[in-house]
Structures are given as C-alpha cells and as structure tokens.
Design a protein around this ligand. Structure first.
Ligand code: KG4
Ligand code: ZN
Length: 361
C-alpha cells in the first residue's frame, strides 16, 4: 500500500513550524520560522505577540512546507496539528489554519498532544549517544523529556496511552540551566536556540564537578523523597545563583568552569536518581517489558547527560535512544509523525475540534 503523507503544524509556543512526513519515515520538508528576535528583548514570550506572529507567518510557512516537499494539498492524506498543551492564542492560530485547510481540501484532521508528539518522535528517527542510527523503539518504552519548557517522565504504552510517572514541581530543567548560565555570565550567540545550555556544557568541560559539591543541594533527595518520583530545579537554581554571587565566581575563569560542572552534575544526578526509581518500579516491580530508554528535548543534546544515561539504561539492559537534536526541539515534523501514528490507530478528529491549552497527557 501507498505510504501516508501527512502535513504537521505546530504553533504551541513561539515558533511557527510546518512539515511534511510520510509513514515510511521520510521527512520531506521542514520549515521553522522563529520569533526569538521579537521576544528575547522582552525577557520572555508574550502570548498575544506570539500569536500575531503565527497568524502572519502560517500561510507562507505551510506553503513552503508543501513546496519543499514537492506536494500540493491534494497529495496530503491528513493534516495534523498541535491541540495542546500550550499558549492559548498560539494554539488557536495553528488550529484555525489547520482545520480550515483540512476542511476546504476535504482531508481528515488529527489533533495531537504536544508531549505525545515529543515522545513518539523517537519512533520516527533515533540515534544513540554516539550518533549511530538505531531501530525505532517498540512499545512500551520509558521516555524522559527534558527541555526549556518540560521535565517529564512518561511510560509510553501505546499510541494515545501514556503513564505520567513524574514531572517538575517548579522550573523546567532547561529554565534552571539557562538561569545558571546567565548568572555565570557565559556568552552565546544572540537568538541561538539552546545557546545558554550549550555555553554551560562548554564551560563545564574544563571544570571540576566536585569543587562546589557541598554548596549545591541534590534536589528531592530528602528522606521523605527517597522513594518518590518527581523533579524540582528551583532550589538548585537559587542555590547556584546565590553561590555565584557570594563567592564572586564570575571574576574567575576556573571558578566559572567548576561551578558550571558542579551544577550540571547535580542536574544529571537528580535525573538519574529519579529515573532509577521509575525503572525499578516498571521493570522490577511491575514486570513491564520496557524496550528502551528514550531521552528527548533540548537538554538531551548535552553529551555528559547522554553518556551517563546510556550507562544507566545499560544497567537495566535497555538501549538509550535520543531523537537527533534538531527533532528534539518543537517542530512540525514531530506533529506530522504523531499524526501518522494516531491516524493509523484510527484516532481521527472532526472539523469542530478545539484546542486544549491545559491538557494532562
Ligand atoms: O527543546 P528546546 O530546544 O526548546 C524549548 O524547550 O523551548 O530546549 C531548550 C533548552 C534550553 O533551556 C537550553 O539551554 C537547553 O535546552 N539546552 C541544553 C543544551 N542544549 C540546549 N542544556 C544543556 N546542555 C546542552 N548542550
Ligand atoms: Zn515541546
């Protein structure tokens, strides 16, 4: 049978993205229009401004996605769009574009949960810590999503069926990393996606991760938390910012490297500790035949994190798989792919579909 060709649209945050992907795992096009330059000077994303940007950009972004794929809308089998969670006016901009397009062209529409899309990306294309291509993981698998907006541990059982085992109680890991990077006075190219995290990883290369060990707490390691899964990065972030200020670390290159290395190490240790609890629970207590540990999101491009989690996964007999960094950030490809998986599972929506800005998975 002919493979499905799906158009995916994602506008849950500040990037306007669209892509065309086929069910035989070919990415035919991928268009990303960022609004970083608009929001960065304002110190954060302004939802109404972002949605205006989406409404301006969407027609050309979708048109370019079709052109780059060498397809017309008639060649598309289905339109997939992020339904939630996300910023309400931003989701609406993408949803209205997608369903109008689908209805006019007489194509089915599939609404996709943003986090489901992140989790399913691993089944489109994968690599290990060395960048080698690996076979797609079969259900069930464990996935850790670590980015600027999310810190989430999911057990993926089947398309549309996930158990959320833990999430952050305060800051997302990437948010904390970005604040730490800024506090250290690290430099990166303006508007570069993931810049602060990359700068922190770079600085940590020459640092001693034990230098400030006693000054930065390991989150949620207190007695009442030793057996509980959850994440917290705000305490660690605040301790880091206070330490940098009190010790006048920014004046001293080795101090900056050591602080970056210690902070990075604590973040990773925290993830490792809670991942072990989750894997013990699923594999040892519930006998769930997990096939892989998937790690995704902007922070998953950190090489220290990748190599440490590869060792952890191996100790449970699991491969570690990470989508390539480009697909770890928000993009239309992941929405198109999740749309394909949902379509194939018969999970098709109708043209009255609405957004769900707050949507537990
Ligand atoms: O998934 P992502 O690109 O976008 C959003 O969440 O919107 O994640 C971005 C986050 C940022 O916090 C960035 O600092 C972090 O991922 N990041 C990294 C690295 N590359 C990106 N953190 C640590 N090490 C890296 N190499
Ligand atoms: Zn995301």
């Amino acid at each position: 049978t002919k493979p499905l060709t799906v158009l995916g649209i994602e506008t849950s945050c500040d990037d306007t993205t669209a892509a065309v992907v086929t069910s035989d795992r070919k990415i035919l096009s991928e268009i990303v229009r960022t609004q970083h330059h608009l929001h960065e000077p304002l110190g954060g994303i302004v939802p109404t401004l972002a949605s205006t940007g989406h409404m301006q950009n969407l027609p050309m972004v979708v048109r370019e996605a079709l052109e780059q794929a060498n397809k017309s809308i008639n060649d598309i089998d289905c339109v997939a769009v992020t339904r939630g969670p996300g910023l309400p006016p931003c989701l609406s901009a993408g949803m209205n574009a997608a369903k109008t397009l689908a209805a006019v062209a007489g194509k089915p529409i599939v609404g996709v949960h943003h986090m489901e899309a992140h989790a399913l990306t691993a089944r489109l294309t994968t690599e290990n810590a060395m960048g080698d291509h690996l076979p797609a993981p079969a259900f069930p698998f464990m996935t850790l999503l670590v980015s600027g907006g999310h810190t989430l541990l999911l057990q993926a059982n089947a398309v549309g069926n996930y158990d959320q085992l833990g999430s952050t109680m305060d800051d997302a890991i990437g948010e904390a990393i970005d604040k730490a990077s800024r506090a250290l006075g690290l430099k990166w190219a303006q508007g570069r996606r993931g810049g602060p995290g990359v700068a922190l990883e770079q600085a940590a290369l020459k640092g001693d991760p034990m230098r400030y060990d006693s000054m930065l707490p390991l989150p949620l390691s207190e007695r009442e938390w030793t057996k509980k899964i959850g994440f917290s990065f705000s305490g660690l972030k605040t301790a880091m910012m206070r330490m940098v200020e009190r010790q006048n670390i920014t004046n001293n290159e080795q101090g900056v490297a050591d602080a970056a290395a210690t902070f990075q190490s604590k973040c990773i240790q925290h993830l490792e500790q809670k991942l072990r609890l989750a894997l013990d629970q699923s594999i040892k207590q519930q006998n769930i035949p997990l096939t892989a540990l998937v790690v995704s999101g902007g922070v998953a491009s950190n090489n220290v994190l990748r190599s440490r989690l590869e060792v952890l996964a191996a100790s449970y007999g699991l491969p570690l798989i990470c989508p390539p960094p480009k697909l770890c950030t928000d993009n239309g490809v992941m929405i198109a792919w999740a749309g394909i998986e949902r379509y194939q599972a018969g999970l098709i929506d109708d043209y009255e579909i609405t957004t769900i800005p707050k949507w537990p998975i």
